[in-house]
Design a protein around this ligand. Sequence first.
Ligand SMILES: [Zn+2]
Length: 166
Amino acid sequence: MRIEISRKDAIRLIQDYHLLHLTIDERGDILLSNGIEVTDEDDKWLFDEILKEKYNETIRENFNYNTLVRNEYIELQVQALFNKEVSVKDSGKELDGKSAHACVCCGYKTSFDREFHNICPVCFWQDDFTEGDEYSSPNRSSLNDFREHFFSNTDTDSEIFKKFHK
Ligand SMILES: [Zn+2]
């Protein structure tokens, strides 16, 4: 049996799962990376502070998914965390990546717009608008070589590929 669930609710389930299952170190690390001071002068965790309710929304936000992420990927996450099969319903927004920008290197729709120096979360190509065999300094390679190296050294069945539309 496969319960139908809204995308918003599915994301909320994933967020709440993490909210309750993170270790105190993981929770502290997320808060620190959001610029929240949760350590003392000796860099030791302030445990009472880390566990406060006022930080829960920050923790949830850390597990948010933007509209580029496919519903199928969110279904897999719910299944992995709760051992339940769900069918995620489109929440009405444009979710299939129609308006998204495909990475010039790997071809996955990983950003909303083409932006200078944007780094692709799938292949890690940093877009400096170079093309073909032209040398790209930030990537220390040409686009063609980078792409070839990426696809010949990467398992395309891995999680990250399931996340985005191609
Ligand atoms: Zn890419």
